[in-house]
Ligand binder design. Structure first.
Ligand code: AMP
Length: 294
């Protein structure tokens, strides 16, 4: 049997185009899902698209390397841009619309406004990357207002990001349901990331220390360890003792407030960030204790 030909996604570069298309779909009672990305699509992104495909009738992928979420010394210019491959991946995943705006479309001259989610944006990634989450929250709210989806899909890989976006949604009464999908990993545990492209073979090996330290912390907490500090210290030791890895943070935190924990609780998340060579990597793992252990 011949394969059914994959549909060509509509590529929309203007706000008017994507709005018209989505309005027409919604007018026919279709449920619209949106997957915001910066492109360089990998299996992690595709898992979000699949989730959207499964729950929605119309799937919009946004593809925009957002300049305002990069610091002045970060990798905005080096960030991988792989339009042809991204288009193919979207076609194969039966994406309906790709919103692929120019920077000037998103930030025309005179642009002044920003969304600040206080507190949550100042810790962990926010402490190391000042202004990062202001850039993220602002662009995501703009994308929500442009696309007007029913549901939007984010990865647990960027754990703090989805916490902040959920807070923003509640605080600003944004009528978009937010879904968080599990982190997709390589077989050896490395979390997929567009930035893994920067790693040499040796650095990639060293980067395994991130997921390994998280898995060890998770095991220890699931095994009944009560000393959260000791678990954090072990994660930090493991990362610091790996040649080529420069630790930023390794913590056990509350998954909603992101506050560091002093004792175990039912729902926790272990989060790490480290530099491997010039590449900053983040990873995290949820830790859920069975209720009888708390
Ligand atoms: P990015 O293109 O890096 O901005 O990521 C776009 C979306 O894909 C974000 O919601 C990320 O959290 C998500 N994502 C990135 N890597 C992964 C992964 N390994 N597993 C699941 N989702 C991911």
């Amino acid at each position: 049997m011949a394969d059914s030909p994959s549909r060509e996604p509509l590529v929309s570069r203007t706000i008017g185009d994507v709005r018209r298309e989505v309005a027409a779909q919604r007018g026919q009672g279709r449920r619209v899902g949106c997957v915001p990305t910066m492109g360089a699509l990998h299996a992690g992104h595709l898992s979000l698209i699949e989730a959207a495909r499964a729950e929605c009738d119309h799937v919009v992928v946004t593809l925009f390397v957002n300049p305002t979420q990069f610091g002045p010394n970060e990798d905005f210019h080096e960030y991988p841009r792989t339009w042809e491959a991204d288009l193919r991946a979207c076609r194969d995943a039966s994406v309906d619309v790709i919103f692929y705006p120019e920077a000037e479309t998103m930030y025309p001259p005179g642009f002044q406004t920003g969304v600040e989610v206080a507190g949550l944006s100042d810790v962990l990634e926010g402490a190391s990357r000042p202004g990062h989450f202001r850039g993220v929250a602002t662009v995501v709210l703009k994308l929500f207002n442009i696309v007007q989806p029913d549901v939007a899909y984010f990865g647990a890989k960027d754990f703090q990001q989805q916490v902040i976006l959920r807070r923003m949604g509640r605080d600003l009464n944004v009528p978009v349901e937010i879904r968080t999908c599990p982190t997709v990993r390589e077989e050896d545990g490395l979390a997929l990331s567009s930035r893994n492209k920067y790693l040499t073979a040796e650095q990639r090996q060293a980067a395994l220390a991130l997921s390994q330290s998280l898995a060890a912390a998770r095991e220890r907490l699931l095994g009944g360890e009560m000393d959260v500090n000791a678990v954090q210290a072990e994660m930090q030791r493991r990362l610091q003792s790996t040649p080529g890895v420069e630790l930023d943070y390794a913590v056990i935190a509350d998954p909603e407030t992101l506050k560091e924990l002093v004792r175990p609780q039912a729902d926790m998340v272990a989060l790490v960030a480290a530099r491997v060579g010039n590449t900053r990597l983040i990873d995290n793992m949820p830790v859920r204790l069975k209720s009888e252990k708390c």
